[in-house]
Design a protein around this ligand. Structure first.
Ligand code: FES
Length: 119
């Protein structure tokens, strides 16, 4: 049996960044994923998995500032850009490449791996 894997990249337009108030996050359904997207006071955008690696808190409702994301359930902190935990041992958050188009739309990139088996 032969197994082949193929990775595809998808770019999703999540609409105008102005739909996310500055300093807040919002959850978006992207394919079969839910992703939390944040709009910083500096005008940047970041994207992480939607649930906290501690006990599943809704990260889009968290606080952001100074490059950090604070989970709304137990206030654990993560680096917004990398998802790395700060001061605790929970797993890092998955992060997604995200940028703004020339017209201010949020462009989020995901990868999907398809595994095919041939016998
Ligand atoms: S669920 Fe996020 S800190 Fe506990």
């Amino acid at each position: 049996m032969t197994t082949m894997t193929q990775t595809s990249t998808f770019v999703y337009n999540l609409g105008p960044v102005s739909n996310i108030p500055i300093g807040e996050g919002r959850a978006f359904l992207v394919g079969d994923l839910v992703v939390a997207v944040f709009h910083t006071r500096g005008g940047e955008v970041f994207a992480t998995q939607s649930t906290c690696t501690h006990k599943g808190g809704p990260l889009a409702d968290g606080l952001i500032g100074a490059g950090k994301l604070i989970c709304p359930l137990h206030s654990y902190k993560f680096e917004l850009a990398t998802g790395q935990p700060i001061g605790h041992t929970c797993a890092a958050l998955k992060t997604y490449p995200v940028s703004l188009s020339e017209t201010g739309d949020i462009l989020l990139t995901t990868e999907s791996t398809v595994r095919e088996e041939e016998s």
